[in-house]
Design a protein around this ligand. Structure first.
Ligand SMILES: NC(=O)c1ccc[n+]([C@@H]2O[C@H](COP(=O)([O-])OP(=O)(O)OC[C@H]3O[C@@H](n4cnc5c(N)ncnc54)[C@H](OP(=O)(O)O)[C@@H]3O)[C@@H](O)[C@H]2O)c1
Length: 249
């Protein structure tokens, strides 16, 4: 089991939806798969899945709406009870188009940083008390997703070392900053035994990745789930892709 409870943001489509699907269908599924999305009423496929699997809890969450966080935390606390929340997967993200230097604008920059960078940090902060409870349930100090983890879904486009094409200012900057957040969180949460890692899902056929992407969501997420099982201390504060390969910052 990946963890007793897992919260995935942006779970109504794309990689988030596929993650819910594969976790629910796994041999040892989590007791609670908390599928957060902006508009549960419109999330038809997710709703169907939750009818077929009673461990899927759909909750409404616009990650950019900080005012909703306290009721969200109460709701999740009711679901997970005294076991706490094992895994937070900060998956929700946006990628504006037309962001070469002549097209980029203030709104794209602030909106993208708001959702891709600030929201994962502030959501992690809000949920930390519940994640710390989960981390304290196991003896010892080993780091593993099954104990407690924050997984930031990043992108190779946030790698400064691998940037050979320029452009994409909002998206690249938002994911590079998310990676910086992963590193700081890993240092701050080490003593609480909470694993923190950035993961790049590969270039995947979703609304964001487009039809030309080489990977299907099934391939990417099955790789991510295997990688999550294999994460240890040595991955803490690092940047990896879906198949476990280490990536440069
Ligand atoms: N696909 C790729 O090739 C690729 C590559 C590298 C990294 N990634 C990363 O992987 C993650 C998932 O991407 P994807 O390919 O699945 O993209 P996607 O198909 O476009 O899905 C994006 C998801 O994020 C949600 N979202 C956006 N803004 C939100 C907000 N304010 N509050 C809550 N949810 C919000 C969307 O919900 P709505 O339906 O409500 O908009 C949707 O569920 C992202 O972080 C992305 O940057 C993807």
């Amino acid at each position: 089991m990946i963890g007793r409870s897992v919260l995935i943001t942006g779970s109504n489509r794309g990689l988030g939806l596929e993650m819910v699907k594969q976790l629910a269908g796994s041999s040892f599924p989590p007791h609670h798969i908390i599928a957060a999305c902006r508009n549960p009423n419109a999330a038809q496929e997710l709703k169907q899945m939750s009818e077929d699997h009673n461990n899927i809890h759909i909750i409404e969450l616009d990650v950019g709406d900080e005012r909703s966080y306290s009721s969200l935390v109460s709701h999740i606390s009711e679901i997970v009870g005294s076991y706490g929340l094992n895994v937070l997967i900060n998956n929700a993200g946006v990628a504006p188009k037309s962001t070469r230097i002549n097209m980029v604008n203030w709104k794209q920059m602030t909106d993208t940083l708001h959702i891709n960078t600030i929201a994962p940090l502030m959501l992690t902060k809000a949920l930390l008390p519940l994640i710390k409870v989960a981390a304290s349930q196991l003896d010892g100090s080993s780091l593993a997703v099954k104990r407690a983890a924050v997984i930031n879904i990043s992108s190779i486009l946030g790698s400064i070392a691998e940037n050979e094409q320029g452009g994409l200012y909002p998206y690249r900057a938002s994911k590079a900053a998310l990676n910086a957040i992963t590193k700081s969180l890993s240092l701050d949460l080490q003593s609480s035994n909470i694993l923190v890692t950035s993961l790049h899902p590969g270039w995947v056929q979703t609304d964001m990745g487009g039809k030309l992407a080489p990977l299907t969501p099934t391939q990417s997420i099955s790789g991510i789930i295997t990688t999550l099982h294999n994460l240890t201390e040595q991955h803490h504060g690092g940047f990896y892709q879906y198949d476990g390969q280490k990536l440069p910052w």
